[in-house]
Ligand binder design. Structure first.
Ligand code: C2O
Ligand code: CU
Length: 454
């Protein structure tokens, strides 16, 4: 008798449910579904209508997925939308086949079909998941959620809260998501910005805490284009991780905390006043309450000493710069840039406004072919009039600072208009990895490239 091999990549379109059940009882359990579906959510203030969103499991944001370090995430993605979709697990050092990039690592999952995601999470930290098929529209419509990988020994805190910062572009009358996703103005300028800013799917989120409590706050910027500039009020503490990866030592939270699209920061903060909040610098240059804290009562313990650093994730040696292959990639195009209009006009016919490494959109061949284990330094030159949030899939990198010092590990870095940065990493993870701007209108309009590690 033929033995049953669990299929890790079974696309189940057309496969009968009974066949699945029979197999499940025999050799493996059916993974828990993660279902993309339409849902209603009260994003706008009470009194406004609910907004129709595209959700995971009917909630906005999608369910918070939490698991222990070094375990497997197993989810059956079920697509109940009427468009194809995939799920990308942002920041995870993942098996390439599970990376969720439609057209590069898998075929998009058609409406009515499903796909089994099954991968190891080697690193503790704060990550997130989101659609990676037409992501400019699908993420803006709500397809994202938090993915938290817990340390073996969690730091000593009283509460651990995920805060997904986002903005939505809503029709001010109906509170429905504005459907013009290919607006040339968004594509060629700063991207698609929302007119309602919020956290965890609500425009004004309030948490409860006690005076003197210690909180771990996991901030995730899930917005399509907005760079959040934040400050703390009534809270004092440290940042302990960036983009999931622990800092070598906790650092005081900066006066102004800048979080580009897709970036995360983990804070450990103490409640030091009766009125506490995270505030956000608005376009009007005023500070607005992003997340309020309702303080009731006093924690029994008094204030504690600074936290220890989080344990480092495994096998994260810094790349050896002296042996690194040097690459250079230019970001060009966009409004008010230096790209000649003759070039731009041709690109615009395909809806493209930007180039990354000289290409508008992912080319058939990778930007670079790297050997597994090879150290790389990549200079990125932002020759445009806009900031960009550059994200590499599958591997974290560090910025090369003055005198060959290396910055903290990140998976997304912010480059300002006209700036040049060099990042370095070891090409340790085999596969095809996307490199793109996480301002999703930019990614759609040309700022998407990829590398191959073999
Ligand atoms: Cu957060 Cu290519 O993705
Ligand atoms: Cu960009």
């Amino acid at each position: 008798m033929q033995s049953f091999q669990p299929t890790r990549r079974a696309v189940l379109a057309g496969m009968g449910a009974s066949a699945l059940t029979a197999r499940a009882g025999f050799a493996e359990t059916v993974p828990i579904p993660l279902t993309a579906q339409r849902a209603m959510a009260q994003i706008a203030p009470e009194g406004y209508p609910q907004t129709e969103v595209w959700s995971y499991d009917g909630t906005l944001p999608g369910p918070e997925l939490r698991l222990a370090q070094d375990t497997r995430l197993q989810r059956r993605f079920v697509n109940q939308l009427d468009v194809p979709s995939t799920v990308h697990w942002h920041g995870i050092r993942i098996d390439n086949a599970m990376d969720g990039v439609a057209g590069l690592t898998q075929d998009a999952v058609p409406p009515g079909a499903s796909f089994d995601y099954d991968f190891l999470v080697p690193d503790a930290g704060t990550y997130w998941y989101h659609a990676h098929t037409n992501s400019m529209e699908q993420v803006a419509r709500g397809l994202s959620g938090a993915l938290v990988v817990e340390e073996r020994h969690a730091p000593d805190v009283d509460r651990d809260e995920v805060l997904m910062l986002d903005d939505w572009l809503l029709d001010p009358e109906t509170a429905q998501i504005a459907p013009d996703f290919n607006h040339p103005m968004d594509l060629s300028h700063g991207g698609r910005f929302g007119n309602l800013i919020g956290t965890n799917g609500h425009y004004a989120l309030t948490l409860t805490a006690k005076r003197n409590e210690r909180l771990r706050l996991r901030l995730i910027n899930a917005a399509n284009a907005r760079i959040f500039v934040l400050r703390l009020a009534g809270l004092s503490g440290w940042q302990v991780a960036l983009d999931g990866m622990p800092l070598p030592a906790p650092e005081p939270v900066p006066q102004e905390l800048v979080l580009a699209p897709a970036q995360r920061v983990d804070l450990i903060v103490d409640v030091i006043a009766e009125d506490a909040a995270i505030e956000q610098l608005g376009n009007d240059q005023e500070w607005h309450r992003q997340v309020g804290l309702e303080i009731s009562g006093q924690a029994s313990r008094t204030r504690r000493a600074a936290p220890a650093s989080l344990p480092a994730n495994p096998n994260m040696d810094a790349p050896v710069l002296a042996q690194a292959r040097a690459l250079e990639m230019k970001i060009e195009g966009g409004a008010m840039g230096r790209m000649p209009m003759s070039r731009m006009r041709g690109m615009m016919q395909d809806g493209k406004f930007w180039t990354l490494g000289g290409q508008a959109g992912p080319a058939a061949a990778p930007f670079a072919r790297l050997s597994q284990g090879e150290p790389v330094r990549l200079r990125m030159i932002n020759d445009t009039a806009f900031p960009h949030a550059m994200h590499l899939h599958g591997m974290h990198f560090r910025e090369v600072l003055a005198e060959g010092q290396l910055g903290p590990m990140r998976d997304t870095f912010l480059t300002d208009a006209g700036a040049s940065h060099e990042i370095a990493f070891t090409a340790e993870n085999p596969g095809k990895w996307l490199l793109h701007c996480h301002m999703l209108a930019h990614a759609a309009a040309g700022m998407t490239s990829w590398i191959e590690v073999a």
